[in-house]
Design a protein around this ligand. Structure first.
Ligand code: UD1
Length: 419
């Protein structure tokens, strides 16, 4: 097991380069089951989730390799085993997005049902009803989803909620369906646009990505492509949180300010100065931040994945913040860990009330998921003494060289591997 040790730091100064988006690459890798041949992806982060997704592709019969840093080559044969085993889906629920492309290409798929996680129960009903609308027969038995279709036919799909995963599964199934599919109330995240761009490069006909209505004309076949991933806006937000908490001035190279409008606006209200620059995003925090209320919403609203970071920032800001979670029912375990660091945070239903303090107090804490782990580590930048974040492997799922990048801008942070 490994831990990350953080001591009070700041001001931070310098440049951090942001890696490619985790939530994009996982879906692009799922999309490679749609056509045989060689894919070449660039700006691929070196993170555990990519390794697991590559393992899943390998289990189906594909080959993956990383010829150079940031590059990933996938070789997809004509025939694949259209199955996602329990061991891999259980580790990473995002693997559910292979369901749509597998059934579209092979007419059948057998994918383990993902379990719950720290975010709450996380149902997949919308994924399944979208695939049923396209003509797939779905059965749940022995912990697996069995989907079959002789032919998928374009249909009108109205999502009850703009679910990212359901939009992606439906989109990847519809690209090979007969006729036109319309997905209403589709998710609009930049990662959805990246997937649509990738699919269109492969020969798909997807219109409207980035809006809440997607129109997809099915095509007979697709072909493999090269693609450079968009940057990870949540990773960029993590470094913005770090400089907000520790103070200083950072350039976040490669960040896309246009993907982070609402966050940049919020952090501006909290007292940070942030502006686009040639390299990406420039940010400065020259005084203690001021709390503001925060409410998570589907894109272009404030992402739920930013929330642990914003709560961490609020624990050391001046005044009181009310943070409202509108996407997931759970996702509060990190609050108890922040309380162990002396933070004044209370949860009430889907609200969190944070009363800011000048300083936190370093403590042993535990990372329960990727973003919670990162939030605890950046909170440690303003915690007297030493903060030890256990279960740092959660952070490795979504962050490439997390410790090294923060050390590079002056953070007092190190990794302790307990072998
Ligand atoms: C993705 C992201 C995750 C992010 C989330 C919301 C990946 C790998 N993960 O997760 O980091 O926090 O979007 O931006 O891209 N829901 C249902 N039924 C369904 C599907 C979803 O009720 O069939 C609910 C969920 O429980 C949740 C809400 O819809 O309350 C949004 O979930 P969704 O957008 O699907 O999240 P993910 O795609 O799982």
């Amino acid at each position: 097991m490994s831990a990350i040790v953080v001591r009070p730091s700041g001001p931070l100064e310098g440049t951090i380069a942001v890696s490619g988006a985790k939530n994009s690459v996982l879906k692009l890798l799922a999309a490679t089951v749609l056509a045989p041949g060689r894919y070449h992806l660039r700006n691929v982060p070196d993170i555990a989730d990519v390794a697991w997704m590559s393992e899943l592709l390998t289990a189906m019969g594909m080959r993956t390799n990383r010829p150079a840093p940031g590059e990933l080559v996938v070789d997809a044969p004509e025939d694949l085993l259209p199955e996602a085993p329990y061991e891999l889906v259980e580790k990473m629920r995002a693997s559910i997005v292979v369901l749509g492309p597998l059934v579209a290409r092979f007419g059948r798929a057998r994918v383990s049902l993902p379990g719950g996680d720290d975010f709450g129960s996380r149902p997949i009903d919308m994924h399944l009803s979208a695939l049923s609308a396209l003509g797939a027969t779905i059965e749940l038995a022995h912990g697996f989803i069995e989907a079959r279709a002789t032919v998928l036919r374009g249909a009108r799909i109205g999502l009850d909620f703009p679910s990212v995963g359901a939009t992606e599964n439906a989109m990847m199934a519809a690209v090979l369906a007969k006729g036109t599919t319309v997905i209403d109330n589709a998710a609009r995240e930049p990662e959805i646009v990246d997937l649509a761009t990738f699919l269109n490069r492969m020969g798909a006909q997807v219109r409207g990505a980035g809006s809440s209505r997607l129109e997809i004309d099915g095509v007979d076949a697709l072909s493999p492509v090269e693609h450079t991933l968009i940057p990870d806006r949540i990773e960029a937000a993590t470094y913005l949180a770090a400089v907000g908490i520790a103070g200083g001035e950072l350039t976040i190279a490669g960040a896309r300010p246009d993907h982070m409008d609402m966050l940049v606006h919020k952090l501006g209200q909290m007292g940070m100065r942030i502006s686009p620059c040639n390299e990406g995003l420039w940010a400065m925090a020259s005084r203690r931040l001021t709390s503001v209320d925060i409410s998570t919403l589907p894109y272009p609203g404030l992402a739920t994945d930013y929330k642990p970071l914003l709560v961490a920032m609020s624990t050391v800001a001046d005044s009181v913040a009310i943070v409202t979670e509108n996407i997931f029912s759970g996702r509060f375990r990190y609050v108890d860990e922040l309380v162990r660091m002396g933070a004044d945070v209370r949860t009430d239903g889907h609200h969190v009330v944070v009363r800011g303090k000048e300083w936190l107090s370093g403590a042993p804490v535990r990372a329960h998921d990727i973003r919670a782990g990162a939030a605890l580590a950046v909170a440690g930048l303003r915690a007297q003494g030493e903060t030890v974040v256990a279960d740092a492997h959660h952070i490795d799922r979504g962050y490439e060289r997390f410790v090294e990048k923060l050390r590079g801008v002056g953070a007092d942070i190190e990794r302790k591997d307990d072998r």
